[in-house]
Ligand binder design. Sequence first.
Ligand code: NAP
Length: 300
Amino acid sequence: MTAKLLDGKQIAAEIREEVAHEVKKTALELGRPFSPCLVAVLVGEDPASQVYVRNKQRACEKAGIEGRTVRLPAESTQADLMKVVQELNEDATVNGILVQLPLPKQGNGGAGFDEREVLDAIDPLKDVDAFSPINVGLLMQGRPRFLPCTPHGIVQLLHRCDISVAGKHVVVVGRSDIVGKPMAMMLAGRDGSCGREVANATVTIAHSRTEDLKSVCRSADCLIAAVGVAEMIKGDMIKPGAIVIDVGINRVDGKLVGDVAFEEAKQVAAAITPVPGGVGPLTIAMLLHNTLLAARLQMA
Ligand code: NAP
């Protein structure tokens, strides 16, 4: 069997087009210029973070969203960063705020930043990454406001590829607040953002203490790997005919690879996301979606 490739890049382009269309349509409805504004806060000079922020800014521009970046030196203090977040919260021209993670370890006088305090300080109505306790709580209660971008991108991908997980066994490997946990919640819920077929799954969350990970993974109709360990999911950990979603982004000898051993996996799975070109582009597309949503919520 050779797995079908799930083209996240193509689907992300469709979603970005839809956002651009909605931005234009809203301007027409309002009868005045309308350009939602997303501000990225970038602390320090980390090259990967700079690339991510630049890519987000470019994607914003193409969708008719204003993308701004506030840059702070790596040696800024927690108070400096909190002040920037507070100012952005109070600035009515700003609709979405994202603080690019990870924050530099050497910051705040060498003590490192309190990431949680910074994320908690973002106005929940501008929290386009959906990291604030309010937005996480709303998701847990099945009445989400913003959905976290990476898991929401995966839901969109499954929906637009006509893949149903309702009643199926989904195994999510990884339990981070950013990917694993919200992914599990979204697929186990009753009403998904893309309808009931991309929800209502029987979900298992696996992690570094899971015993016999191979058997757990092999029992999955849909396996979602969000681990951050290059190619750790081998072909023999995949049930023949399963759907495999690879969230991992790992750099090995200058090359990007996922958490799944792609060449082995594609011989076993029915469908699989590539790395790059799978989940990554969807994350940015859903960030644009959330920025538009934020601008609309703030108008209401
Ligand atoms: P994270 O916060 O480091 O969490 C990793 C999770 O994997 C943890 O729950 C950890 O378990 C688990 N884990 C680690 N080693 C394991 C092992 N050997 N067996 C089973 N579970 C193991 O990472 P993350 O932020 O969720 O990111 C995961 C990956 O996705 C990274 O490669 C990241 O770069 C990528 N990512 C991609 C996108 C995208 O847009 N495509 C977005 C976000 C993240 P414990 O909890 O027990 O430690």
